[in-house]
Structures are given as C-alpha cells and as structure tokens.
Design a protein around this ligand. Structure first.
Ligand SMILES: Cc1cc2nc3c(=O)[nH]c(=O)nc-3n(C[C@H](O)[C@H](O)[C@H](O)COP(=O)(O)OP(=O)(O)OC[C@H]3O[C@@H](n4cnc5c(N)ncnc54)[C@H](O)[C@@H]3O)c2cc1C
Length: 328
C-alpha cells in the first residue's frame, strides 16, 4: 500500500482539466498499489481552496491547500521546495504530476531535490511487483518505451488527456499548508500570464481537435476549421508548424514535436501531410480522421478514418453533418 501525492494544476484561480485527470491517475495508482490515500496539493492566491471540492469528487482523500499571493502565478522554486518537503517525509510512495509545460518544469526540479527517478510523460502505467511500469512514447512517438520505476518516492507525470477524469467521490477534507520557502522571495518570478483565445477551449482540455495544415492555403480559410469546431461545441482548433511559421495561426496552436502534445478523443487532420514531427504530438489521439487530397499522404498511415478529398468541400460537409446530427 502506498499513498500518492498529486500536484493539481490551476490557472488564474481555476482548476485545469489536467488536475482532475491527474487525480484520477493518482487514484488508479493508489488502488493498484493496495489502496493507499491520495493527497492533492492545490496552490494559488486567496480563494483557491474553493476548488478543492472538485478534487475530492474525483478521488482525493485530502486536499492540501497552499494559499498565498505568491502562488497567484506559477512559482517553480517555492512549489518545488514545498512538494519536495512533503514527499521526503516518507508518507508517500509516489508523486504524480501532469506532463504540461508547468509539470515538465516542476517535476524534474522536485526529482532533483529528492535525488529520485522521474518517469515523464506517461500515457499509461500499472503497478507490477511493487514497481510502477509506465509507457512513454519516444522517437516522435514511433516507439513506446516501457519504464520501470523503483525506489521511493517514485515520481511520474502523465500526458494530458491520457487519463479521462472519473468521478470517485470522497468526503471533502482539506488542510491548509504553508510554503517551504517564502514564495515572494523566489529568484524565478513569473510576472505575467498571457492567455491566447481566452474565450476558447484549450487544446489540452478539448475532447475534439480540428487541426489544419498548409492544405488550407491561407489564414482566412481556417474559418472552415473554426466552423467545424463550433458545430461540435467542445472542440479546439490546432495547426501544423508550417501554418504557425507562416503566421496563419498563433504558435500556441502548434501541435507536434516542437509544439503541443495532445490526445483528444477525436482528432481531425485537415490538409496535413503527416510529417513525423507533427505525428509526435497527436498520434496518441483516440480516433484520427484525416482529410487530404493526396491518397498517398503519410497521415493516412495512422488515421482510423481517411477521407481522400478537398478540404474546401469536405470540411463544410462535415460541419453541416455535425449540425444536422445535433439538431436531430
Ligand atoms: C526540428 C523540426 C521540428 C518540427 N516540429 C514540428 C511540429 O511540432 N509540428 C508540426 O506540425 N511540424 C513540425 N515540423 C515541420 C514538419 O516537418 C512539416 O514541415 C510540417 O508538419 C508540415 O505541415 P503541413 O502538413 O501543414 O504542410 P505540408 O507538408 O505542406 O502538407 C500539406 C498537405 O495538404 C494537402 N493538401 C493540399 N491542398 C489540399 C486540399 N485542397 N485539400 C486537402 N488536402 C490538401 C497536401 O496533399 C499535403 O499533404 C518540424 C520540423 C523540424 C525540422
């Protein structure tokens, strides 16, 4: 039996969906290791404690609340020191993070402070013979490495959307904790959070992604992707690097090796060739639909459904079909 400490990410005072995914993953890990407790660390400015209930609803036995103005924005130094302090006491067998940009920054800092191993960006795991054995896509996700983590505490991070949040209600139990170091005195200061498309669903939170490539020919034609995303209602628009480099879409929309890693339920690739660097960021999507007028485009090799056709005909037809299906 091992307890799990999970870092629950928030942004601008709100829980991120990845926080619920991480708590679900932590619950799974606790059950697999014989029924340990899940404690979630929730850091933010005054009022963040109000978000603890959602963590309890997804399986956190206790929420450790770290409220301080110094945590209003991501504070890597103070968080790493606090999490390392909690983990080094021997109370936890595992520390679990989301493999987001913050989690990728924070988890190695904690691992280095503790001198323990970290299995990063896992798409799945199981406890086998007392050790966590996890799957980690490598070489642009062409190969899946199996990693066995020994030692305690063992740290792992899970890829966004690899675990869907599952309700597992626990009675709400919170405990106020303090930062191991003064959060206002950090040498690293995040001074501003710039959110693109605040009115739109984040790529990591979207169950459906409509991604466009150079096949759309011009920035204004991304309206076709926007229309389809809007018809779904729960979709975000992504892009290839060719598109973001040309300035058709912001860099925050780029999916791939040097962009975002996504694993939505449905990924629609419109006018995308399927370069290995793009596949690296989306090939773990549950269902992939590719639209390309070239029947030999590499994207069709990994697509579950392939539509050989012109995006300017297929996207409007799909939008109309989704609208009709929703109306009926
Ligand atoms: C170090 C490095 C890192 C990189 N990182 C990334 C990354 O993170 N993400 C990323 O995406 N790329 C990345 N790239 C770039 C990558 O190699 C490709 O150049 C890029 O993904 C291609 O984008 P694309 O599919 O939009 O364009 P293209 O490769 O030009 O493909 C356009 C596709 O559209 C199709 N098409 C054209 N017209 C139509 C039409 N009317 N209807 C339907 N289909 C049509 C064509 O048949 C073609 O298959 C990286 C490259 C390097 C070297």
């Amino acid at each position: 039996m091992a307890n799990v400490l999970v870092f629950a990410e928030s942004r601008a005072g709100d829980l991120r969906k990845v926080a619920l995914e991480a708590v679900t993953a932590a619950r799974t890990l606790a059950e697999q290791s014989g029924g340990g407790q899940v404690h979630a660390v929730l850091a933010g400015a005054a009022g963040i404690a109000g978000k603890a209930e959602a963590l309890a609803a997804h399986g956190a036995d206790k929420v450790l609340v770290l409220e301080h103005e110094g945590f209003a924005l991501y504070n890597p130094e103070a968080l790493a020191a606090t999490l390392a302090g909690l983990l080094q006491g021997g109370a936890y067998g595992y520390g679990l993070f989301s493999a987001t940009s913050h989690g990728r920054d924070l988890s190695p800092r904690v691992a280095a402070k503790l001198g323990v191993g970290l299995a990063a960006d896992l798409t799945g795991f199981a406890v086998e013979g007392g050790a966590v054995v996890g799957q980690h896509p490598i070489n642009n996700a062409k190969v899946v490495a199996t990693l066995a983590l020994s030692g305690s505490p063992a740290l792992l991070s899970v890829r966004p959307a690899a675990f869907q949040p599952v309700a597992a209600a626990r009675p709400l139990a919170t405990e106020a904790i303090t930062s191991a170091v003064d959060p206002s005195a950090s040498r690293v200061k995040v001074v501003e959070l710039k959110q693109g498309n605040t009115d739109k669903i984040d790529l990591n939170d979207a169950p459906v992604i409509v991604a466009g490539g150079r096949g759309l020919k011009a920035a204004e034609h991304f309206k076709l992707c926007e229309d389809l995303a809007e018809a779904f209602g729960n979709a975000a628009v992504g892009a290839t690097r060719a598109v973001t480099d040309d300035g058709w879409r912001p860099h925050s929309d780029q999916i791939g090796q040097t962009g975002r890693n996504v694993s939505p339920d449905l990924y629609i690739a419109a006018g995308i060739s399927g370069a290995i660097q793009h596949l690296a960021g989306m090939r773990t999507s549950r269902t992939i639909v590719a639209i390309n007028k070239d029947k030999d485009a590499p994207i069709f090799k990994i697509a579950d459904y392939g539509i050989v056709g012109d995006v300017f005909e297929v996207l409007p037809a799909l939008t109309a079909a989704v609208k009709a299906a929703k109306a009926s």
